[in-house]
Design a protein around this ligand. Structure first.
Ligand code: IMP
Length: 198
């Protein structure tokens, strides 16, 4: 089955293609000539991922899926959450977002050892030919490191210590190791399992 993944990120595309396996041809909007930014104006991860999947479905009528991810930090009341991409303000990059996150945690009194606990959460929306949306969640539990470490991955990976790999940030594990435990890996595997069952 040919299926569109609402992403321009080659790492995410590889990950999805690997998880879905040879029965699926995963293609990007760009490869179909859809070059505009897909709107993302919801107030939850689910609304944003639904909005992206619906946008593509309305334009193509093809099976498609979209993901939306947020980093939730307990000491910050769940922030940055859906604002993860623009935590340091519009137009800021990952470096600025991580710097603000570390600085915000520094400013707070560390109340207990769980102070830096955090998780990545992904919601994937899948729309098949009948237009009905299906939702799949994935969570990766961990903590925010004291400082950036590692060169792999992207986004907040250098400051995220996943419980699954004690002592290493997500930027210090291999792509396979990350995919095995990541929020998006889990959500896409849940979708793949469901697709194979129908
Ligand atoms: P998006 O929903 O994939 O656009 O991600 C929203 C924000 O979370 C962006 O700032 C991403 O860089 C960050 N993010 C998403 N997935 C990951 C990940 O696997 N590791 C680190 N940061 C991520």
């Amino acid at each position: 089955m040919r299926i569109i993944f609402a992403t321009a990120n080659s790492g995410k595309l590889r990950e999805a293609a690997e998880v879905l396996g040879p029965d699926f041809e995963v293609v990007t909007p760009l490869s179909l000539g859809i070059t505009e930014d897909i709107p993302e104006t919801g107030s939850t991860l689910q609304e944003n991922s639904l909005q992206k999947a619906q946008y593509l479905f309305e334009r193509t009528g093809l099976p498609c899926f979209a993901d939306d991810t947020g980093l939730e930090v307990d000491a910050l009341g769940g922030a940055p959450g859906i604002y993860s991409a623009r935590y340091a303000g519009p137009g800021h990059d990952h470096e600025a977002n991580m710097k603000k996150l570390l600085a915000d945690l520094e400013k707070l009194p560390a109340k207990d050892p769980e102070f830096r606990r955090a998780r990545f959460r992904t919601v994937v929306t899948l729309i098949l030919a009948d237009g009905t949306p299906h939702f799949f969640d994935g969570v990766c539990e961990g903590a925010i490191a004291q400082a950036k470490r590692g060169t792999g991955g992207f986004g907040y990976d250098p400051v995220f210590l996943p419980d699954a790999y004690p002592g290493r940030t997500l930027a210090e594990v291999s792509e396979e190791e990350k995919n095995a435990v990541s929020h998006r890996g889990r959500a896409i595997r849940a979708m793949a399992g469901w697709l194979k069952s129908i």
